[in-house]
Design a protein around this ligand. Structure first.
Ligand code: CP
Length: 324
């Protein structure tokens, strides 16, 4: 894997292989091996043009656990605010010797532009581009689902027949898009639930079922309910129903939580609007995987960086060397 731009680019075997390497990474962490030497001498740049908490921190933790040097770049406070272009920024990173660029950008397609350019010869990892994709979020979501439903010994398994209901602001959600492609590649059955104004044009061509009625979707007893953040920063007021009405019709509150099957799980990529798309009762319940998703994100991002930067060198060879 040279770049990771979209989960659409991942075949089933490749996606399973990434999840399996992430399991290896999690096993290493469980053995209290704090650092692997795998990426010693490599430089990973976190290039963030949009705000982030989870993704930026976990890519930093992942790169450091693999012994890479990490440079964190935020557009705020950089020469981007003086009008510097993506090309000049990329060429600056190339001059510094970046081996991988983890990019979050408000423009859909910005990571693809970098990957196809001659400005920089580095692995490009999409950390969220506009409303397009957020592939490592989908990978960590699939990893979390696989672990919760199939246990830790789930290497080699896909998600065949697992029912996943994704609820909320599909229109603006790169998380939803990456999950739709990845989960369907892995054999899951995906249902989208949203008000009509928060569904994208063309959604009927996606490999999903679509409904406007959350209660109808919950009657089908899904294995996974994935709530999405209302992205008010990306929408005009006219798109958004009244907050109380939204919460009543499409929010996961305590009453709907109580209707879920005993072993079904509640996911949210974060950050959450508590009281809007999800109640605190649901977010903090034993069914919630919100913090597991964050923790699993480090293992998954270690796997992605490892596969992008170290070729196919055996992980066992790397993990056999323990470092304090
Ligand atoms: N899920 C996610 O992308 O969170 P951040 O915006 O905090 O990175």
């Amino acid at each position: 894997m040279r770049h990771l731009l979209s989960t659409r680019d991942l075949g089933r075997d490749e996606a399973i292989a990434i999840l399996d390497v992430a399991e290896d990474m999690a096993d290493v962490a469980d053995r209290e091996v704090r650092k692997l030497p795998t990426l010693r001498g490599k430089t990973v740049v976190n290039l963030f043009f949009e705000d982030s908490t989870r993704t930026r921190i976990s890519f930093e933790a992942a790169a450091k656990r693999l012994s890479a040097d990490v440079i964190n770049f935020s557009a705020k406070g950089s020469s981007v605010s003086k009008g510097e272009s993506l090309k000049d920024t990329a060429q600056t990173l190339a001059a510094i010797g970046a081996d991988a660029v983890v990019i979050r950008h408000g423009a859909s397609g910005a990571p693809l532009v970098l990957a196809q350019s001659a400005w920089i010869d580095a692995a490009i990892i999409n950390a969220g581009d506009g409303t397009h994709e957020h592939p490592t979020q989908a990978l960590l979501d699939a990893f979390t689902i696989r672990r919760r439903l199939h246990g830790r010994g789930s290497r080699g398994r896909a998600l065949d027949g697992v029912s996943v209901t994704i609820v909320g602001d599909i229109l603006h959600s790169r998380v939803a898009r990456s999950n739709v492609w990845l989960l369907s590649t892995l054999g899951a059955e995906v249902t989208l639930v949203a008000p009509a104004t928060l569904l994208p044009v063309g959604v009927r061509d996606w490999p999903v079922a679509v409904t406007y009625d959350l209660d109808e979707a919950l009657d089908a007893i899904p294995d996974v309910v994935m709530m999405l953040r209302i992205q008010s920063e990306r929408m005009h007021a006219a798109f958004f129903p009244n907050a109380r009405e939204y919460s009543r019709q499409w929010g996961l509150g305590d009453e709907r939580l109580a209707r879920l099957a005993a072993d079904s799980i509640v996911m949210h990529p974060g950050p959450m609007n508590r009281g809007l798309e999800i109640s605190s009762g649901a977010a903090d319940s034993p069914r919630s995987t919100v913090l597991e998703q964050v923790a699993n994100g480090v293992s998954v991002r270690m796997a992605v960086l490892y596969l992008a930067l170290s070729g196919q060198r055996g992980l066992a060879e790397s993990t056999s060397v323990s470092h304090a």
